[in-house]
Every structure is written in C-alpha cells, then in structure tokens.
Design a binder for this molecule. Structure first.
Ligand code: SAT
Ligand code: MN
Length: 589
C-alpha cells in the first residue's frame, strides 16, 4: 500500500509530468552527485547551476547565479489564502482558495517536462522537539534541493517519522519558465500547503523557511497558542559562565546575522548562536518563554560581511565540516577563482560581476548583487550554542525589536511592560532594503519585522501577542533597538557590530535588575553613565543625542502610526490604542 507521501507525489507527478522523480535521502554522497550534475548540465540564464570555487581557500564552496530577474522575495506576488479576505488581513495579498488552486494547477500543468522532480523529506526544528514539524517539498531545481539540505534537517528518516498517513506540511515548487508574470507564491495555512511557481530565489523557493516557518507556522501558532517569529536567538555568556538568552526581531538585511554571532567588544561577554532568522516560541511549564530555531543553516546576505563586521561568519564560511556551502549572485575573483562581495575586502584586480560579466571598478555598479547570499550549515559556526539541538529550546529573558531608522528612534528603549512592548513591536517602522523587490530606503511600518511573513490578519496577531504575555509568569522584557541613527552629516553615530554588546550589556543589567533607567514618553532609556563606553572614543554628548526624544519631530511619526493602525480597524487591541493615546499625550505635554 502506498503511503500518504507516495500518493501525494504520484498525484503531483501526473500534474507536472517530470522526466523522472528522485527521492532525496539527504546524504553527503547525494549532495555531491547533485552538485556534480548541476556543474555539467542544468542551466539557468546561460550559467550552469553550480560552479566550483577555489576549494583550498573556500572549502566545499560553489557559486550559483540565479536568473537575473529572480534575486529577491516578490511580496506583490505572495498570497495567503484563507476562506475570507478579512482572515488574511490588510497585511497580505489574498485570493479565494478555489481560484488560487485553479490558477496554480493551470500553471503547474506539464511545468516539469524534461526535468527532474526532487522529493525532499525534511523536519523543521530539533528532531525530538515537540515543536518539530515533518514536511515534504517537491522541486525541479537541484539548487533548491541542495539548499534545503543545508537549511533543514533533511533525509529519508523523515519519511519513517511521517509513516503511512498524511500528517506532513506540503511544499510544491517549480521554477516554470522563470517568467515574472507567471510567478506566484501561494500559501494555504489551513491545510499546511505552500505552492510556489516561477522563482528559484531562497525566500520564494526554500519553502521550509519564510513560507512554512513563518507564514504557515504563525497561523499554527495562533490556533495552538505559540509564536512563530522573524527573530535571532542568541545566548550571552558572562565571565562567570552564566548565559542569558535573548531573541531579536529585525527586518531582512538589517544585521540579524551579524548580531546572532557578534564578536563582543567587551571581553567579559561571549555570544553563542542558536539561530539568525526564525524563532518558534512557547510558554514552558515554569511560566517562562522558550525558543527553538526551526532551521539548520544560515541564508545570509553576503555584502557587508567581512572580518571587521562579522568575523564569525567568515569563519563559518571557511569552516569545512558540513558539505557544501553555496554562494548565490556574488562576484567572482577571476584570478583566484574565489567568491567576492562588497565588504569582504579590497576588490581583486579582475572580477566578474554577479551575472558573470567583466566588472569595471569605475562603473559604480555593485559587483555582487546587494541581496547576494550564502547558504551555510549552522554546524559550521564557531559560536554555535551547545543548546542548539535542545528539544525544549532556550529560556528567553529579553526580546529586542529593531528597525533601520536614520532619525528619531533611540539606540535602545525599554518597554514599560508586556502590553507596551507589544505596542512598541506593532508600531515599529524600518527603511526598506534590497531583500525584497522594490524601492530601497523608504520607510514602512514593519511590526515585529513580520509584515511580509504573518500568515493571517495582523490585528489578530497583535491580540495573540497580548494573550501570550498573559500566559507567562515571568514574561521577557521587551526592548526597541536602532543601530542606524545618523548625525547632521548623515554618518552613523553608533559603530554597531561588536560594539552592540554595550547595548546588550545594558539590556542584561536591566533584566537582572542591576541598573535604573530614565523615563521618556516612548519608554525607558539608559542613564548614559550606566553604559560601558570604555575605549569607544565617542564623546558623551554625542552618545546622549542617541537617546534624545524631541517631541516636535514626532508629529509625522504619530500620524503615520495612527494611519497604519487604522488599517486594521476594530482588530487593533484596545491596549494598543491606550498606549498610543498615552504616548501622544505625553509627547504633547
Ligand atoms: O526571504 S529570505 O528568507 O530569502 C531572506 C530574507 O528576506 O530574510
Ligand atoms: Mn529573514
């Protein structure tokens, strides 16, 4: 008798008509075979799927060049399909379920003709965790198959876990003809299904990542009483060996990966890494919040990653335990056959840009695509936390919510309490980056950095956050952070990176009740003398500016927040309206 997975795959094979169906076992030998084959035959935009890089200096490294129109998430083509539009909310594109299914069926017909359908059984989460979810994705791209092996716990063992039934999350992926006009990323949260056609880009094609672990899982969390969040999970170990765990939400390409493995500027502290992108969190029996990382790898932004900004990521990339490491749309050093991107070091004399064209340093274009990425195993990371596979997760003492704001927002602000923290998370705005297609640098509200990833109405999401706080005996403290404030000349005031530990130390001091704070209309900020600024070389007056709240500047911000909240109408929790009114009043006073 065929199992549930087998029946589902047969059905898909009838629809997509691939040349053959290949069940991935997740072994290293298999990854070798897929890469060897990708170096020879399959082509994307005239390039082979994989290209071998200098194995001596960059062990197990391969370059992948995507279709030039397919380099970032396409939010305008991403849909969340619930029975009613209101359930998807103003934060999502919506289509009625039958219409979406009919459209995807039509686009899928024969879409894999002449190609291989890879079947990928995988688990999100540590294998023995009660949160772990068994999933199966089909795809017609070996790049996606190999990437999923790095990013998830993938292998035949998952089929045993699923057994004969059909209790698994389903992912259907085909690149079709890469036509942006026939590109759709469709989510069906109520049946645990993602269906994606037309794009091979990570966030659109690695369906265990944003599609399942955030959009679908956030909806599971709503129904089952837990949270799926766009957050880093990290431990901060002090000199006595005591570790405090924090999570941090930030929009894509705002430094989450750098934070997750930060090399501390303060020698008394050491960071350990649990995850750099996604946290699943729920209340434990002791009334504390616990977090697991559902992923097993990093899909990080390459530009801006170098020995001075994120040495631990460079070490991760150069480590050679887990096979392989992939580089997507970075530049190529033609003499040394090595990957290169802006921020790695000085440009070598002869470079090919991300599309393989000779690059002229005088041309002012970037050699690596601004959203070029690496895909590398978490287990290569020198700062990996010993708790990374703990099925229970790690206890969370503080939640940070960040954005990229050149003005207005202080370096760090502590929320008055949990409901105020939810208000802070909900009103968070950030200047846009290259991780999504569209304009870069425009301000958009991005609550909890989840705007593109919440799989249901965000009004209900804010209510869910309020309720979660009530479940906890000792909820984490909530903080807003902003590393990106600039001065009159437009230069960043705060050095960021390893020096962010100075902010984290203050957060730890607050968590452990060691320092006081100053009240402002928007929350609690540090007394500057409580910050460790040793050796920083920035005058105190300048640091003080980082905590200035100038009411006159907040007018536009208040209006914009109100406008954003109004989009959710009655769904906005009354606690948030109250916090808004209080903040408005005290800013006017
Ligand atoms: O969406 S991805 O997972 O590809 C990367 C990101 O935008 O965070
Ligand atoms: Mn992300």
């Amino acid at each position: 008798m065929a199992t549930g997975v087998e029946r589902w795959v047969e059905e898909l094979a009838r629809l997509f008509e691939p040349k053959r169906v290949y069940w991935c076992d997740g072994s290293e030998a298999e990854a070798h075979r897929l890469i060897e084959a990708g170096m020879l035959e399959e082509k994307i935009a005239h390039h082979n799927v994989f290209y071998e890089l200098n194995q001596r200096n960059w062990p197990k490294a391969y370059l992948h060049r995507s279709h030039p129109t397919d380099v970032a998430r396409t939010e305008q083509l991403t849909f969340v399909c619930h029975p009613e539009q209101d359930q998807a909310g103003p934060n999502n594109n919506w289509m009625p379920i039958p219409k979406a299914k009919a459209l995807m069926t039509k686009l899928s017909k024969g879409a894999m003709r002449g190609r291989t359908m890879y079947v990928l059984p995988y688990v999100m989460g540590p294998l023995d965790s009660p949160y772990a979810k068994a999933c199966v994705q089909v795809t017609d791209v070996s790049y996606v198959a190999v990437s999923m092996r790095i990013m998830t716990r993938l292998g035949s063992h998952v089929l045993k876990k699923i057994g004969s039934g059909d209790n698994f999350v389903k992912g259907i992926h085909s690149v079709g003809d890469f036509d942006p006009n026939r590109r759709y990323i469709m989510h069906f949260p109520r049946e645990g299904l993602v269906w994606s056609i037309g794009s091979g880009y990570g966030g659109n094609a690695l369906l265990g990542k944003k599609c399942f672990s955030l959009r679908i899982a956030s909806y599971l969390g709503l129904r089952q009483g837990w949270l799926a969040e766009h957050m880093v999970i990290m431990g901060i170990e002090d000199i006595k060996g005591h570790t405090t765990y924090i999570t941090a939400a930030m929009p894509s390409a705002c430094g989450k990966t750098n934070l997750a493995m930060l090399e501390s500027a303060l020698p008394e502290y050491k960071v350990t890494t649990v995850g750099d992108d996604i946290a699943w969190m729920g209340t434990g029996l002791d009334g504390r919040l616990y977090a697991i990382n559902p992923e097993a790898g990093f899909f990080g932004v390459a530009p801006g990653t170098g020995m001075s900004t994120n040495p631990n990521m460079v070490r991760t990339l150069k480590a050679s335990n887990f096979y392989p490491t992939l580089y997507t749309n970075v530049a190529l050093d033609l003499d040394r056959n090595e990957p290169w991107w802006e921020g790695l070091g000085p440009p070598p004399p002869r470079l090919a840009d991300w599309q393989g064209r000779p690059w002229d340093p005088a041309s002012k274009t970037k050699a690596a695509h601004p959203n070029s990425r690496f895909t590398v195993s978490l287990y290569n990371c020198p700062t990996i936390s010993p708790e990374v596979d703990n099925p229970k997760g790690v206890p969370v003492s503080a939640i940070l919510i960040g954005g990229r704001r050149s003005h207005l927002m202080p370096l760090v602000v502590e929320a008055f309490d949990w409901t105020h923290g939810v208000f802070i998370g909900a009103r968070t705005g950030s200047e846009t980056t290259a991780a999504a297609a569209g304009a870069v640098g425009a301000l958009r509200r991005d609550p909890f950095a989840m705007l593109p990833f919440c799989g249901y109405n965000m009004g209900d999401y804010f209510r869910h956050w309020m309720n979660q706080g009530a479940l906890m005996r000792t909820p984490p403290k909530i903080f807003a952070v902003n590393w990106f404030r600039v001065d009159e000349n437009g230069t960043f005031v705060w050095p960021g990176f390893g020096d962010n530990m100075r902010v984290l130390k203050w957060i730890l001091d607050r968590v452990h009740g060691r320092v006081g704070a100053r009240e402002t209309p928007i929350g609690l900020v540090p007394h500057v003398e409580d910050l460790n600024l040793d050796g920083l070389g920035i005058p105190c007056s300048k640091i003080e500016k980082l905590f200035e709240v100038r009411p006159a500047e907040w007018k536009g911000e208040l209006k914009d927040i109100r406008k954003f909240f109004d989009r959710f109408g009655r769904q906005i929790p009354y606690e948030m309206r109250n916090h808004y009114d209080k903040m408005e009043k005290s800013l006017k006073a």
